[in-house]
Ligand binder design. Structure first.
Ligand SMILES: [Zn+2]
Length: 439
């Protein structure tokens, strides 16, 4: 029986039935949280195989990254300071043509290692060579929502549907349910209505939810109105897409009616402010979405448009941006920001058993060291995590009851090797693309 006791920690459970923070103990048994006490040093250490001294640690639910393209770490710093369409069409898509399975494996390993060290316990991915992404996920111990990205044009359209069905059969629910597979139609502007209908047939057949990019740029919305006389949200709603569980990424340019539709259909939203700012896409109507009860999680998006996968940085951006653009400092308080990165993110991804610290739920949690200069004095732990902490403060990461980061070191990933291999594969990709261009 595998068991871990964290004793005398400052617990931030994000469970509304408990105080916002308190000193106590937390016991993990067989991958689940089995006991939480509100009195420190109250659980007998004999009950656990491993005991972690939680003194000077904030212990909270693991961070949930609700949108990204993990292997795009290989293109970190490759194409910057460009608007979305130019960035995609002139830089990213042309080099992605050269991607091979091994590139995606090492790009994903790089992403997962970075995310684990920053306290992310669940990540979301939509990309290619997904078997390699699933292999890396299985090896690293992190939890994931994975989708084979589907584009509805050209030869790859049918292949995308077939590979998605096979990917679900091969991987969904594997690794003690750490691996969740979603259908991943890329976006309404890359998946025509006839294709989205086929995707919906597959959703019906497999019972799996979908993730899609939606209303990311103003241009996307304008073209949708030109082509269909409707916004992207209205268009896919009329097709019937929201009859299935959906997580929509970005949702930057929404009308009041769009927000109503998302709320009525319980569509989860992945909010990616860093990527939206960097690509000049705009700023989402976060407060309006939350006011309608939409589950909005936080995503980093890929490292080619962020350019890191640091969820603590992203949480801060979420809280600061909304206050700044609405000129209202009361919006997105620290607790709301943390819930977006945990429990609301889990709800946006339709995963019921993670996101808060509670007996019976999966043991996905992190420990953040707070006896540091920039976290002193300690008035409000929640405010510290949102407004002052850094990824490097994360010292412990546990996923599914497994200790993946201990005293700031990855327990199962060779960090040096990941840096070496990812650098090598990224360089080879650029060389292959340049040779083609010059030759
Ligand atoms: Zn994306």
């Amino acid at each position: 029986m595998k068991s871990i006791l964290i004793k005398n920690a400052l617990l931030i459970t994000l469970d509304d039935n408990r105080p916002d923070h308190f000193y106590g103990d937390l016991l993990i048994n067989n991958g689940l949280i089995s006991e939480i006490t509100e009195t420190p040093n109250s659980i007998d250490p004999e009950k656990a195989m491993t005991v972690i001294d939680g003194t000077k640690l904030f212990v909270m639910p693991g961070l949930i990254n609700t949108h990204g393209h993990a292997a795009m770490t290989l293109f970190r710093g490759y194409a910057d300071d460009l608007p979305l369409q130019e960035w995609l069409e002139d830089k990213i898509w042309p080099i992605e043509e050269y991607l091979k399975a091994e590139d995606v494996y090492w790009g994903t390993m790089l992403a997962v290692a970075e995310m684990l060290k920053g306290g992310t316990t669940t990540f979301t991915d939509m990309y290619f060579f997904m078997d390699k992404v699933a292999e890396a996920t299985a090896e690293c111990g992190i939890r994931a929502v994975l989708s084979r990205g589907m584009i509805g044009f050209g030869d790859s359209a049918e292949k995308g549907l077939l590979e998605t069905e096979q990917f679900i059969k091969d991987w969904h629910g594997s690794e003690n349910s750490r691996i969740n597979v979603f259908l991943g139609p890329h976006a309404p502007y890359t998946c025509p209505p006839e294709y989205l209908k086929k995707v919906m047939v597959l959703a019906e057949k497999t019972g799996r939810p979908l993730q899609i990019h939606l209303s990311e740029t103003k241009k996307e919305v304008e073209e949708s109105i030109q082509n269909f006389g409707k916004s992207p949200v209205e268009q896919v709603d009329e097709l019937g897409l929201f009859n299935y569980p959906v997580t929509a990424a970005h949702c930057v340019h929404l009308s009041d009616r769009d927000i109503e539709i998302l709320a009525e259909n319980n569509v989860g939203v992945a909010h990616n402010p860093g990527s939206n700012l960097k690509l000049g896409s705009g700023t989402a109507r976060l407060n309006n979405m939350l006011a309608k009860g939409i589950n909005v999680g936080i995503g980093t998006d890929g490292a080619a448009s962020n350019n890191n996968l640091d969820m603590i940085e992203e949480i801060r951006l979420v809280a600061l941006l909304e206050k700044g653009i609405r000129m209202d400092a009361t919006l997105i308080d620290a607790k709301t920001a943390l819930k977006m990165a945990t429990s609301m993110g889990a709800a946006a991804l339709k995963i019921a058993d993670i996101g808060i610290l509670k007996e019976g739920l999966k043991a996905d949690l992190i420990g953040i060291r707070h006896n540091k200069l920039h976290l002193t004095p300690l008035h409000n732990p929640l405010a510290h995590i949102v407004y002052a902490a850094a990824a490097a403060d994360v010292e412990y990461v546990i996923v599914d009851g497994q200790l993946l980061l201990e005293k700031g070191r990855l327990t199962g990933i060779d960090e040096e090797r990941v840096i070496f291999e990812a650098s090598k594969h990224a360089k080879e990709l650029v060389r292959a693309k340049n040779e083609k261009r010059d030759g």
